[in-house]
Design a protein around this ligand. Structure first.
Ligand code: TMP
Length: 211
């Protein structure tokens, strides 16, 4: 059996990623594919417990290095229990955030040494790497307003201030520029239908669907 496909959705706050992820998952399922839609931090029971710890409380509850370790503890559990088994059985895994969020939030915006993050990628991800990463680009001042207005929002990162969120946006764009073979930037400030069309165009171009 061939390995499945691994697509990650990345970007700042309130860019509409989660809505688009649901739409893509539904479209792939409509083609008869085995689809696993998941998210980080979280996606497995253990990783969801770590999510509770890391996304709630005061902005300075954890340092960026501690956050990196927590994100990678959660990610390893998610990979072992959900992502790898799904890819091995041939499923398409669509994941709301993955390793690029650690590079951007804890690294570019938080100041964690990129060498630590690179080591985590080597030892914790191993060969579980996305085939395609969609980077949703959106003005942080609008995204933050949207994200904080959501009922039940987990607001630790939203409370880090505008300068943090500007660095974050630049961090994601720098990842896209450095890895154009894996990443596609999706301008996310258009109508929902237009963004959905851009997502589908990127998937079709990079990962042709054979059913
Ligand atoms: P979300 O469900 O709104 O995308 O929230 C997840 C939050 O966690 C978001 O603020 C980004 C943050 N995050 C990191 O800081 N590092 C990571 O590695 C991941 C996966 C998420």
């Amino acid at each position: 059996m061939t390995r499945g496909r691994f697509i990650t959705f990345e970007g700042g706050e309130g860019a509409g990623k989660s809505t688009q992820l649901k739409r893509l998952a539904a479209r792939l399922e409509g083609l008869g594919l085995d689809v696993v839609a998941t998210r980080e931090p979280g996606g497995s029971p253990g990783a969801e417990s770590i999510r509770e710890l890391v996304l709630n409380g005061a902005a300075d509850r954890w340092s960026p290095v501690t956050e990196t370790l927590l994100m990678y503890a959660a990610r390893r559990d998610h990979i072992e229990r959900v992502i790898r088994p799904a890819l091995e059985r041939g499923a398409w895994v669509v994941c709301d955030r993955f390793a690029d969020s650690t590079r951007a939030y804890q690294g570019a915006a938080g100041g964690t040494d990129p060498a630590l993050i690179a080591a985590m990628e080597t030892y914790i991800l191993e060969d579980t790497r996305p085939d395609l990463t969609l980077i949703f680009d959106f003005p942080p001042e609008i995204g933050l307003k949207r994200a904080t207005a959501r009922p039940g929002a987990e607001l630790r990162f939203e409370s880090k201030g505008m300068a943090f969120h500007e660095r974050l946006r630049e961090g994601f764009l720098a990842i896209a520029k450095a890895e154009p073979g894996r990443c596609v930037v999706i301008p996310a400030d258009g109508a929902i239908g237009a963004v959905e069309a851009a997502v589908w165009a990127a998937v079709e171009a990079r990962l042709p669907v054979h059913v």
